[in-house]
Design a protein around this ligand. Structure first.
Ligand code: ATP
Length: 133
């Protein structure tokens, strides 16, 4: 089986590095599936999940925006934040979800709705990666 190198890096350091069979994720332009030999490209990422297929298993990484750079032999994900499912603190994500939902419900002019909506998306994404929702 052909493989492609993938590394997921954040400002805090590397999160994941391996050779995988396929990388799939949601770019702002839509779903992307990257196999070895893919044409070079750069795409901005949405808040979402990067799926890494390796030896019949799929590992999930929650990513919070950033960029995906593809070269024929290597995929680099540069994300603002990225966590493997095993690294996610479920209680923290549930609390972040609750806070964001409360902010979205309080309809006062001092609430930054866009910011609350993004915080909710990050929390839901993390819970999804841990299989909680
Ligand atoms: P919170 O309100 O709980 O801080 P957030 O969505 O605002 O959540 P971010 O700004 O996206 O957090 O991330 C800040 C740092 O904390 C990043 O390094 C990220 O990987 C880490 N992080 C955030 N939430 C979690 C979580 N539930 N489990 C593990 N690490 C987390």
């Amino acid at each position: 089986m052909k493989t492609i190198k993938v590394s997921v890096v954040t400002p805090d350091g590397p999160v994941y590095e391996s050779d995988v069979e396929m990388v799939s994720t949601k770019a702002k332009s839509g779903e992307l599936g990257i196999l070895p030999g893919h044409i070079p490209m750069v795409a901005p990422l949405a808040i979402g999940t990067v799926r890494l297929k390796k030896e019949g298993n799929t590992e999930l990484v929650a990513v919070t925006g950033g960029f995906l750079e593809v070269r024929p032999d290597k995929v680099t994900v540069l994300a603002q934040a990225a966590e493997l499912g095993s690294e996610i603190d479920v209680t923290r994500a549930e609390e972040a979800k609750k806070r964001a939902e409360q902010r979205l419900q309080t309809n006062d002019s001092s609430t930054d709705l866009r910011r609350a909506e993004l915080a909710l998306q990050r929390a839901l994404n993390r819970l999804k990666v841990t299989g909680r929702i």
